[in-house]
Design a binder for this molecule. Structure first.
Ligand code: F6R
Length: 357
């Protein structure tokens, strides 16, 4: 039920900090150790490469999952769009582990890959919000997102839940390999949940940004580097699916290799700046587009912020910034869709779960 909320999407955006806290609870035992099916731990240890298979928003969560697993647990990860992998399987490593990420657990494109990789005898882990779903039943192992039912077609809380669960999986695998981490992951996730909650109280500022930048435009670009690039891809998908603004996410440095031709007087460009190592270079990219007339909106993280930034998110662990930086993007999309009189919860041409290939 929506309760007092005008739309499920807004309710689900607001639920995100509670979902992250629920995940922390569910994946922790009484000794504050990570609680995980020992078979999943063993499968992570036994594999020589992980293949993440997903679609849409879940694919974007997978791109960040790769960052977590490679940077923390030192296991190589490939992330594939399910519908592409299905008809064009890449060369596989000797001991692959397949990880299927799916909110619904019913996505036909992902299931088609699962059927093929099971036939080849490769182990499969499904990360899903629906434990009894097809992808969950047909895989060897399941990790549950604990996000509660997601009703709005545009995925929000499942995305942040997917990242939290993948971060926990990455930390667990690092520890299982004896890798020392210099932070407490559950504590850092708790800090991220608090930061998300603080942002959901800043809706008016985000509504103003949506109105000023997006109420009449035809298109919009999202740029970022590294982790911020992947969050920009998700921000652009959210915006296009519910507001019908043509939105595209690009790596900051790639823009000048062609796409910058599309920047005109007033074109909105949303830039994410949450990573210290690329803070200088992404701001250089913003100057490049501004010089061509872009109307830029910088969303930065406390500590890396500069005067004139449109919105500043609280400081969190650098790997966990996506959980927080995506919240203003979700809310900006929501308000842009409202300003443009779109059906937020049921956008045209879309269904909640895509059960055809
Ligand atoms: C976007 C969205 C879709 C889904 C995609 C995969 O907001 O909802 O892109 O993420 O169809 O769905 P699942 O995760 O159910 O496999």
């Amino acid at each position: 039920e929506k309760g007092t909320y005008p739309h499920f999407m807004l309710k689900e955006i607001d639920e995100q900090p509670f979902v992250i806290r629920k995940i922390i609870q569910e994946y922790q035992n009484e000794n504050d150790e990570i609680k995980l099916d020992p078979e999943i731990r063993a499968a992570m240890k036994a594999c020589d490469r992980i293949y993440i298979i997903a679609a849409g928003t879940s694919y974007h969560a997978g791109l960040l999952g790769k960052q977590f697993i490679e940077k923390l647990a030192n296991i190589p990860v490939e992330v594939h769009v399910a519908s592409e992998f299905s008809y064009n399987m890449p060369l596989l490593s000797e001991k692959p582990l397949f990880v299927y990420i799916s909110q619904s657990g019913e996505t036909a494109d992902s299931r088609s890959v699962l059927v093929q990789t099971k036939k080849l005898g490769h182990p499969a882990l499904t990360v899903t919000n629906v434990p009894g779903s097809t992808l969950s039943r047909e895989a060897d192992y399941t990790m549950h997102l604990h996000a509660g039912p997601e009703i709005a077609v545009a995925s929000t809380k499942a995305y942040t839940a997917q990242m939290a669960v993948l971060a926990i999986l990455a930390v667990d695998s690092a520890r299982a390999k004896g890798i020392d981490l210099d932070f407490d992951p559950m504590q850092e996730l708790g800090i991220a949940a608090n930061a998300m909650e603080a942002l959901t109280d800043q809706k008016e500022d985000l509504e103003t940004l949506a109105r000023d930048y997006l109420s009449v435009t035809r298109n919009c670009f999202f740029i970022g580097r590294g982790i911020d690039y992947y969050v920009g891809l998700e921000g652009s998908l959210k915006l296009k699916e519910i507001s019908y603004i043509q939105a595209e996410g690009f790596a900051g440095g790639e823009l000048k290799h062609g796409t910058i031709a599309l920047i005109e007087e007033g074109t909105p460009v949303v830039a994410l700046a949450t990573q210290a190592n690329v803070n200088y270079s992404i701001r250089g990219n913003v100057q490049e587009v501004e010089a061509r007339g872009a109307n830029s909106m910088i969303i930065s993280m406390k500590g890396l912020d500069k005067e004139g930034d449109a919105f500043v998110i609280p400081h969190v662990h650098d790997l966990l910034t996506p959980l927080v930086s995506v919240v203003p993007l979700q809310l900006i999309s929501y308000y842009a869709a409202l300003h443009r009189d779109c059906d937020v919860d049921k956008p045209r041409n879309l269904a909640k779960s895509v059960t055809v290939e």
